[in-house]
Design a protein around this ligand. Structure first.
Ligand SMILES: Cc1cc2nc3c(=O)[nH]c(=O)nc-3n(C[C@H](O)[C@H](O)[C@H](O)COP(=O)(O)OP(=O)(O)OC[C@H]3O[C@@H](n4cnc5c(N)ncnc54)[C@H](O)[C@@H]3O)c2cc1C
Length: 383
């Protein structure tokens, strides 16, 4: 069967892309290799309410799990500070029902969806799947990090996230643990779904994420694991070309995930929407520059912030535990108050700068990577 567009991958970016394409009267098929949309849930589900609005999704009772009021950040030696995040209005959503909610929007607009259908090969305008071959004008690659694995193994960290019942999980409070020896290059997190119930995860470079997470859980105390997921995350920022001939790459597959936290529901979702609109315009005009607008528009929105995040990530990767601890020592109540007053969860390098802007942090950071730090400050000043 022929379609204007076939989208590979029915997650947030692919579904939003298809929703936009179908809304403009084009025929679109979404193929998903898993047997259920939204499952397995490879996600912590944290997203700001303003981002949800921008993606055009009003979360329903089943989709919205929790609302976050604060975040406690821990250093390797156990020092911590608490940021009030009420102004940022951050929600925890259930990706299993959230993705289905977008699928319903896409289907209502006229998109076709096939689950348990894996894309095997793309040959010109033909897409070969486990459920037959399809011809189309544009192929959208929304297959997530699996599309990036062959590109650069250095850009990939391994993560493990367990859904846990435990009395020590506080509803409304996210916890983040830095430790360059236990979680090199990343961190450990607790995202509460409710009181005594949450998603606890670890990502890091060159370690076994699952055993690091098990050690963390043992240290925290009594707990009960009800679900385990393991997934790669991409931390190297956007790929060079989002569009190559008739293939348009979106979401995680295009590296549209935050290099600092690997959060991507918002930036990947926007990627899907911008791609969907550009593809629709191209189908009408047959003008290649309309397709090119997708990458330009995404870069206009996220380019500077992602560049700053990449520099912040370079810094994080080089800090040892002593350096992390001294940054914590230099965090004053005024800095915490400033960060708490920031309203943006989605563009957060400003908060990182505030932390690094503390006097002794600068000293620590400058000895580690003076020139990159200067670039980071310069970039943020220009924004
Ligand atoms: C542990 C973890 C926690 C996270 N927590 C957060 C968070 O709290 N907040 C946040 O904003 N982001 C978070 N993220 C990131 C977020 O989940 C992703 O950025 C987002 O889901 C990307 O969406 P996507 O549509 O680009 O790709 P994905 O969600 O990766 O989906 C790709 C889809 O393609 C399908 N697929 C793959 N290969 C094929 C094939 N050959 N044929 C057909 N289908 C295929 C897959 O089955 C999948 O459904 C987290 C990620 C991880 C791993």
């Amino acid at each position: 069967m022929d379609y204007d567009v076939v989208v590979a991958g029915a997650s947030v970016s692919g579904l939003l892309c298809a929703r936009e394409i179908a809304k403009r009267g084009n025929s679109v098929l979404i193929v998903e290799e898993d047997s259920e949309i939204g499952t397995p849930e490879h996600c912590g589900g944290m997203i700001s309410i303003s981002a949800l609005e921008e993606l055009g999704i009003v979360p329903n009772r089943v989709t919205l799990d929790n609302q976050i009021e604060s975040a406690e950040i821990f250093s390797p030696s156990g020092k911590s500070f608490v940021i009030n995040s009420e102004l940022q209005k951050v929600a925890v959503i259930n990706r299993r029902s959230f993705d289905k909610q977008i699928a319903r929007q896409a289907q209502r607009n006229g998109a076709d969806i096939r689950v348990k259908t894996s894309v095997k090969k793309i040959i010109g305008d033909k897409i070969i799947t486990t459920d037959g071959d399809f011809k189309c004008k544009i192929i959208v690659d929304g297959r997530g990090v699996s599309s990036l694995i062959h590109r650069d193994r250095n850009g990939i960290l391994h993560s493990a996230q367990f859904e846990v019942y435990a009395d020590w999980i506080e509803s409304g409070k996210v916890e983040v643990y830095f430790d360059a020896e236990m979680y090199p290059g990343f961190f450990c997190w607790i995202i509460p779904i409710g009181s005594g119930h949450g998603k606890v995860g670890v990502a890091a470079r060159a370690i076994n994420a699952a055993s690091a997470l098990e050690k963390f859980l043992l240290k925290k105390g009594r707990h009960f694991i009800v679900r385990k997921i393991f997934a790669p995350i991409w931390i190297k920022g956007p790929i060079n070309n989002f569009v190559t001939k008739n293939i348009v790459t979106i979401g995680d597959a295009a590296g549209q995930t935050k290099p600092t936290t690997a959060g991507g529901i918002y930036s990947c979702g926007v990627g899907g929407i911008l791609a969907g609109r550009a593809i629709s315009q191209f189908l009408e005009s047959k003008d290649d520059s309309d397709l090119g607008n997708y990458q330009n528009n995404w870069q206009k929105k996220f380019g500077k912030e992602f560049n700053s995040m990449l520099l912040a990530r370079k810094l994080l990767e080089r800090l040892d535990n002593k350096a992390i601890d001294s940054i914590f020592d230099s965090v004053t109540p005024k800095i915490i108050e400033d960060i708490s007053r920031s309203e943006s969860f989605d563009f957060h390098t400003d908060a990182v700068i505030k932390l690094l802007g503390a006097k002794s942090s600068i000293k620590v950071a400058q000895t580690i990577l003076g020139s990159e730090l200067r670039k980071l400050f310069a970039l943020v000043e220009r924004n």
